[in-house]
Design a protein around this ligand. Structure first.
Ligand code: MLT
Length: 261
């Protein structure tokens, strides 16, 4: 992959994947969650461009990337591996991005130099969570993605979240198509439990979580980190599930420290 100096380059497309990049040096790939796009990572692209070649793709079907015929954690992991190509990358992944990152580690460990898992978990959905996803898919099919905004603000952001994370979350949700939402809900509902994969991670790893993350709380993060042989864990005060936009400076500082190890 070509590095681009210190400056952020606006959306480009390689194959079916759209991405933004910044900086130069070792490749670092940022994997967003649901129902978001690469803009989740804009602060980190800027903050880490002096130490890394930072690349934030839109996952297939999200943002400006073309959809896959079948969207599963495995097919998305394969498309990230193809995107990285013959290089190795530090993988920084949030929530659904973390589900993809664990599938990537399982299927293509050779492309992973290190792993930062934010606000995510390794376990599969419970039956209740699956039922919730079916209901959400039906709602989106009927009323569009805009109908998710109010509930997502409540579920994903800390109660005291400011205007900026709310605006950014709203913009990302409204830009996501119903097809992408429905495909991702189905893929997350059917993802396997990858708890056993954690003990096989033999690259440096870190787990970050918002102290007020209601979806994947700190207890889950601490348990996950304890299963990874060489992992640190950090809890970010005041933030909910979307730490990169709720506590951007804190997340960037933790990632900088991790990447510089
Ligand atoms: C995400 O933030 O990617 C999703 O909320 C994860 C999930 O619903 O399991």
């Amino acid at each position: 992959m070509v590095s681009v100096g210190q400056y952020r380059v606006l959306v480009q497309v390689r194959g079916s994947i759209a991405f933004e990049e910044s900086g130069s040096g070792l490749l670092t790939v940022f994997v967003h969650g649901y129902p978001l796009d690469h803009r989740l990572w804009l602060d980190q692209l800027e903050a880490l461009s002096d130490i890394r070649h930072c690349v934030a793709p839109d996952l297939p079907g999200f943002g400006s990337s073309r959809p896959l015929e079948a969207f599963t954690m495995e097919t998305v992991a394969d498309s990230i591996a193809a995107f990285v190509g013959n290089e190795q990358a530090d993988i920084i992944a949030l929530s659904m991005g973390g589900y993809v990152a664990l599938a990537l580690w399982e299927r293509h460990p050779e492309v992973v130099r290190s792993l930062a898992l934010l606000d995510t978990k390794a376990s599969a959905d419970t039956p209740e969570a699956r039922a919730g996803r079916s209901a959400q898919a039906a709602q989106v099919a009927e009323q569009g993605t805009g109908s998710l905004v109010a509930g997502m603000i409540r579920a994903l952001l800390a109660p005291g979240a400011g205007r900026d994370p709310k605006r950014r979350l709203t913009e990302m949700i409204e830009a996501t198509t119903p097809d992408a939402v429905i495909a991702a809900l189905d893929a997350m509902a059917n993802r396997p439990n990858r708890t056993k994969v954690l003990s096989t991670i033999d690259v440096p790893a870190t787990v970050l979580v918002g102290a007020l993350d209601a979806l994947t709380p700190p207890t889950v993060a601490v348990e996950m980190a304890a299963r990874i042989p060489d992992a640190t864990v950090s809890v970010i005060p005041g933030a909910g599930h979307l730490t990169p936009i709720e506590a951007p400076d804190h997340v960037s500082a933790l990632l900088r420290h991790f990447l510089a190890r």
